[in-house]
Design a protein around this ligand. Structure first.
Ligand SMILES: Cc1ncc(COP(=O)(O)O)c(C=O)c1O
Length: 473
């Protein structure tokens, strides 16, 4: 009992909590001021493993502050303006505090009784966002753990609309398929395979020069599938693609889906949030034609991961996805919006709504809009700096906050760019990622930190040029 009393000691919690918040606030300030110049502390995986194994061997039970300090030191710093890597935003500090509260409460949310506040807040949050899709009348939705899960759940909902049979009871019984751009995130492919549709179940539509879906080919691929006895039930649009940040023409896909009676899902994990921006909402023109949209709050809406909305134009359809009965959890009530596990794959679920609601309540939609405008604008600044600079090549004008570019003027740009990125990561003063586009190696930045300035971008390009001087040396 003594051990357990120590584990739950309120005064230790208070002391460690105060030290922790001081430490996090110091790191935030240092990062934003660029006083700390390390963005990533690269370590060989085996070295990192050995370091933490040693920590375990030498651990002291009481002193957690040093441990957390070390974790902060070695972890990639999203709040640093020179973080320009993968698509995950630095969370707004208020959302971090909401995360702390939700971890403390640990309300499971599978049933209403286990999340009275967070369930109600979830409905409020969903209703705050539905108007941005034109779905305030009949729309509905919920929060779930990430874009991957949201896309799978949306496609399960689409599958449940196949009316001739009860797929939940009888299985699919025929070859079903979805159509999606070849540039879509891999999780869409994975969802089709999880549903047992196999390779034939995912029809990849070629993309154009800008890596957007060739919507002019939808009809051709649809007909070919029908002739081969494959029943297409859904089309997925990307808003936007992962590699290049290209938005598919959602209006064209939506019109095609309507004509054919197909479910239209938008994977807006990264960029559906453009609908909040007066300046950039043109990118998602046609999104209101969708039947469902997945949107990540941890990519462009300032929440910590994982926090994703799955929104439905017809909110009632979200109750048809899973028709299981679980008498130990649910009452036999129709469309009970407050029993979340009837709608989502999760049973126990994080209190995500607390984070989103805290951001909306304390910062307002105007902050979210200015965040989107800022990071999208700054990406155009980076693109123009690349274009103006000799020896550099821009893949394409960025639609949003993702941009691909590389050093050119050599016979082997793939090797050169890989070389300079590896040097960059090893030194750790900036973080950028890479992608392969049609066999070519490109550097790829996602600007998620609103405090990244043109001077940071100039410094990045100059540093990479310096590394290039060492190439082949
Ligand atoms: C377009 C797109 N869809 C889905 C995902 C997966 O989202 P999550 O990482 O939240 O599961 C990503 C992640 O990068 C993405 O870019």
């Amino acid at each position: 009992m003594e051990l357990l009393e120590q584990a739950f000691d309120a005064s230790t919690f208070r002391r460690q909590g105060h030290e922790m918040i001081d430490m996090l606030a110091d790191q935030l300030a240092e990062n934003l001021d660029r006083k700390k110049d390390q963005v990533i502390t690269w370590m060989d995986p085996d070295v990192a493993y050995q370091k933490w194994k040693d920590d375990w061997d030498k651990r002291s039970k009481t002193d957690m502050t040093d441990f957390f300090r070390e974790v902060l030191k070695d972890s990639i710093a999203l709040s640093h303006p020179r973080y320009m890597g993968h698509q995950i935003n630095p969370p707004a500090p208020v959302a971090v505090l909401a995360g702390l509260v939700s971890d403390f409460l640990n309300n499971g949310m599978g049933v209403y009784e286990m999340g009275v506040v967070s369930t109600a807040l979830e409905r409020v949050v969903i209703e705050l966002f539905l108007p941005y899709f034109g779905w305030e009348q009949a729309g509905g939705g919920f929060l779930t753990s990430g874009g991957t899960l949201a896309n799978l759940t949306a496609l399960l909902a689409a599958r449940a609309q196949v009316t001739e049979r009860d797929i939940w009871k009888e299985g699919t019984g025929e070859q079903l398929a979805l159509m999606v751009s070849e540039e879509a995130h891999y999780c869409v492919d994975r969802a089709a395979r999880i549903m047992g549709w196999g390779e034939q179940g995912i029809i990849k539509i070629p993309s154009d020069q800008r890596h957007g879906m060739r919507t002019d080919l939808l009809e051709k691929y649809y007909r070919e599938a029908a002739e081969a006895g494959i029943r297409v039930i859904a089309v997925v649009g990307s808003a936007c693609t992962t590699s290049t940040g290209t938005y598919d023409d959602l209006e064209a896909i939506g019109n095609f889906a309507r004509e054919r009676g197909l479910w239209f899902h938008v994977d807006g994990a990264h960029g559906a949030s453009a609908t909040l921006s007066k300046k950039y909402q043109y990118l998602v023109k046609g999104i209101s034609l969708a039947d469902s949209v997945a949107m990540d709050f941890h990519k462009t809406l300032l929440s910590p991961a994982l926090t994703t909305a799955l929104l439905f134009r017809n909110g009632k359809l979200r109750f048809r996805t899973f028709t299981q009965q679980a008498d130990y959890l649910f009452e036999r009530i129709e469309d009970d919006w407050y029993n979340m596990a009837k709608q989502t794959l999760e049973c126990t679920k994080l209190m995500m709504s607390l984070k989103v609601y805290s951001v909306c309540r304390s910062l307002g939609f105007e902050t979210l809009e200015s965040y989107i405008d800022r990071v999208f604008d700054q990406t155009k600044v980076l693109a123009s700096l690349v274009e103006k600079r000799e020896g550099w090549e821009l893949k394409q004008d960025p639609d949003c906050n993702i941009v691909c570019f590389r050093m050119s003027g050599t016979e082997n740009p793939n090797e050169l760019n890989e070389f300079v990125r590896n040097k960059l990561i090893a030194e750790g003063k900036f973080y950028v990622v890479r992608t392969i586009l049609r066999g070519e190696y490109w550097l790829r930045c996602t600007l998620t930190n609103p405090f990244t300035e043109a001077a940071d971008m100039e410094d990045l390009l100059a540093l990479l040029e310096g590394y290039a001087g060492e190439w082949g040396a």
